[in-house]
Write a protein that binds this ligand. Sequence first.
Ligand SMILES: Nc1ncnc2c1ncn2[C@@H]1O[C@H](COP(=O)(O)OP(=O)(O)O)[C@@H](O)[C@H]1O
Ligand SMILES: [Mg+2]
Length: 294
Amino acid sequence: MVVKETNVKELRMIAKGKVRDIYEFENDKLLIVTTDRISAFDYVLENGIESKGKVLNKLSKFFFDLTKKIVSNHFLYDDFDALPKDLKKYDYLKDRFMVVRKAKPIPFECIVRGYITGSAWSEYLKTQTVGGTYIRGGYVESEKFDEPLFTPTTKAEKGHDEIVSFEHMREKLGDELANKIKDLSLQLYRFGSEFLQEKNIILADTKFEFGLLDGNLIIIDEIFTPDSSRFWSAETYQVGKKQEPFDKQLIRNYLLSTDWDRKSQPPQLSDEIVQKTSEIYKKIYKIITDEELS
Ligand SMILES: Nc1ncnc2c1ncn2[C@@H]1O[C@H](COP(=O)(O)OP(=O)(O)O)[C@@H](O)[C@H]1O
Ligand SMILES: [Mg+2]
């Protein structure tokens, strides 16, 4: 079953993200449903990807548990049996939902890059900067940075997220909060990349979202998923070139190979790409958790 839309009539949908439907739940909580929608270049595609929502939801849960020693997060429960009786008819919620603590989102995407690729590589080629900051010359494509870089962007309501400097973030949030977010992001990245290294996966880059809850900083949204991260296979990794698609990159590459103008709704994906992407998501889940997706 591919779940692209949800309609939980008993609850109020307060937001519909590119991938998640967010419902208000018991005042101070949210019920977040991760659908099988897929976005690329900030567009939601026509096609859904079978099992993708489950993979993202269960992977986030897996990593929320492992990272709570670094920073607490919004996760409360994902047990279908624990839902109120009147929601039990929504069978599609199984494995796709999470009840979380509602936080005040910090309006930045907290990106950490360990390797030079994607938009960072294009930017570097043009101006020798990454996230607006000068870095040393001599990097080749996909090379590991001397140190992981924190490169925040705004979280745009509409359109593309804009690169911002850390100074801008400090001005907006205050030194203390901004520094804390940067430190935690780098710590989380180190944890994630070391964990994934054991599984022969390179965490090229990843994105976190933070929120405030009763004055405390917590991590929200998702963590270390193939949507929020670039995963590369360590077995095939080679510097000086693009890496083999191991996640959404397959879809990005496909779209870039068409004559799509990147300014309008992207074209339909081929059945083959849809199928392959679904397989990749499931494979990643298996490699990371050592469990088959139920
Ligand atoms: N615990 C939380 N409290 C408040 N907002 C949250 C929480 N967790 C996630 N969100 C918000 O819910 C949305 C998740 O939906 P998603 O489809 O990922 O959106 P987006 O299109 O912005 O990526 C994001 O806007 C995120 O900031
Ligand atoms: Mg998101």
